[in-house]
Design a protein around this ligand. Sequence first.
Ligand code: GP9
Ligand code: MN
Length: 435
Amino acid sequence: KSSDIDKVREYINEHNVPASAEYKGIAKGRNVFVIHLESTQQFSLDLKINDQEVTPFLNSVYHSKDTIGFDNFFNQVGQGKTSDAENMLETSTFGLPQGSLFATQGSNHTFQAMPSILKQEQGYSSAVFHGNNASFWNRNNVYKNMGYQYFFDASYFDTSGDKATGYGLKDKLLFADSVPYLERLQQPFYAKYITVTNHFPFTLDDEDKDPNFQTSDSGSKVVDGYFESNRYMDESINEFFEYLKKSGLYDNSIVVLYGDHYGISNSENKSLAPVLGKDPDNWTANDNTQLQRVPFMIHIPGYQKGHINHTYGGEIDVMPTLLHLLGVEDTKKYVQLGQDLLSNKRTQVVAMRDGDFVTPEYSYVNSVIYDNKIDKAIEEPSQELKAQIEKDKEIAHKQLSMSDSINQKDLLRFYTPEGFKPVEAKDYNYSNGLE
Ligand code: GP9
Ligand code: MN
């Protein structure tokens, strides 16, 4: 109904934040690599186990002068896990309250997604590289509706024997074997790599373990295996960066890295706690929530003004951030629920898919208010704090309900931004490579 989309437009007009002068367009015209770090949580960065960094290469990128990194960036996925993360990054709307938008509605859904916007505004080509079968999470249909030009799934790679694990081609091979396709992509391109090896149950083949890395002895096989497979993923990214530098692609590209969601579930967090130097006996629901931070970094070769930004945000905010960096200034005409992470006009209330939320000072988890500074539940909140929490709750819930209205009713079919051409799935065919 048109009145629903009018409400959405009103919300966007009130909540969109403009690009900041300092950052807008600084990556304009560059190729974009988005690297999806499967199940990677922020705590692995800079973590040392037995005196060794778990992710030495990612750490070097995170602290590079050419990187804008984030340390209060949260995953916001629901039951759609990877597919929810992808949906947020590509559309700046949430996944559904239940189930996966990709799986349940993605075959016939109106998206105004990154590949189509970059194509239409700036002439980008686009591709996804992923070592699993195209039908997983219904990607083969969703990507067409998003306007992805190419989708190189497992069928494009040799996944025989020990080259693959449960979710497909091993990451090092995905990066290496993607090169012949990548090299034929028209520049500038928007290329997404979805890694898979660092996925539960984190049982890496022995041949893929770093013999020099001795993992934790936490009492949980999942936790100990997690760090070993983190290390493998880290090496795969390192190898890909080496390729990018050698090929020359590096200098006219940016690399965006993000973790999609937790790898260690709440039920294992008490085993994880001592590895992180935390006390498992005083573990709270808020500690689980605080562990929902995932890596997010934007690596811009040659930038030189890199730093770690402490803003509180999440996956919903990536799309407007990237578009602004790439010189797509007018994000207000689109329907994006997030706010540019590099703007100081943003609101730092991070909605979780279940309605809980996190702010820099407080968290609201299972109806309990936590003070983040002292890491404790506030038993008797003041009237003033209660009012503040109600306000923040309203902000989080409004953002979620707007998203549900958009996605459950497929509202974008009633709204085409000025100058935007709706995507036609039939224009895409992923079975014949680059022909
Ligand atoms: C599979 C992969 C995993 O193709 O992306 O998805 P997940 O299980 O993490 O949602
Ligand atoms: Mn995932």
